[in-house]
Design a protein around this ligand. Sequence first.
Ligand code: PLP
Length: 372
Amino acid sequence: MKINFVDLKRQYESIKDEIDPAIQNVIENASFIMGPDMKEFEKEFAKFCGAKHCIGVDSGTTALSLAIKAIGIKPGDEVITVPNTFIATTLAVSDVGAKLKFVDIDPHTYNMSPDELEKAISEKTKLIIPVHLYGQCCDMDQIMKIADKHNIPVLEDACQAHGADFKGKKAGTFGIAGCFSFYPGKNLGAYGDGGAVITDDDQIAESIEMLRNYGQKKKYYHSLKGHNHRLDSIQAAVLRVKLKHLDSWNRSRNKNAQVYNKHLKKLIGEKVIIPYEHGKGSHIYHLYVIRVPKDKRDGLIRYLAEKDIYAGIHYPIPIHMQDAYKELQEHIGKFPLTEKYAEEIVSLPMFPELTEEEIMFVCENIKEYLNK
Ligand SMILES: *Cc1c(COP(=O)(O)O)cnc(C)c1O
């Protein structure tokens, strides 16, 4: 039995009847750039999130970059985030020449620790970027309380959290803006690259709209030195179809996670640490991440691959240990949880269409390897 890490072909088969005409419609109308599908998707996604504005862009990385610029972050400003994230979070900060300051993660959720955040804030802090990693929101009560106390804006990296909520409020709507990626493998994925920023702030929305479109509000009248970072209309048409299924897919992912939990507990017990749910909102399981003893981790992934089961690591190298960030390597040792967990985490296959039989097969093979 072959089990892919994600299986986008299986998903396409289930929505082919809706996707094909939607794409064809864009082609027949030749509405490739800034067409009605892009505008409609922006409205629909803003509504889905409960935000006033949504601005479609060409990737999640761009969404972060343009939001940081629109907020007014300048070279030398200090931006606080976590080293346990995908590198796009920090590349967007480096892109404007701002200075990264890391804080360690919560031991259970692996998201930004509010206690560590509080300790790290200084006079120079100009922005806080919590990352809702794996599909579960950070503790936004605590983070917003600390940010508000110091009057520092919050930008949410919600690139793994489309539709996740914290106490009923959707990811991306707590801070001044929220950023999403529509990379194909994300919970809401396009058939190519895509991204979006959501915000209630009219000024930020307006400046992102200009920054993504040559810095113009009116054609050929350029008030900013912008760039070309628009969301493609064909991608928007795909996203409009998929958005209608997102809640149901997210529920299936959560159900699959509970099936994993049940079988892993029964078969293996304490030897694997299953994902922790804080219970203050829905976990939409972009990734289902377990921890195993570090001397077993790489062997387990190889063993599973021999059985045609494809697992991953998100992420194997914390940002401050990456070659691209040599200047941050002096901080190695300062984020002990991030560094320890990076050697223990394994992301198991996770997508809405996984069957219980497939999940059991994965769990049985994990048991076989760990008991060897
Ligand atoms: C995917 C992702 C991004 C970047 O999105 P792209 O669309 O690939 O540019 C940023 N942050 C996090 C946490 C992500 O998972």
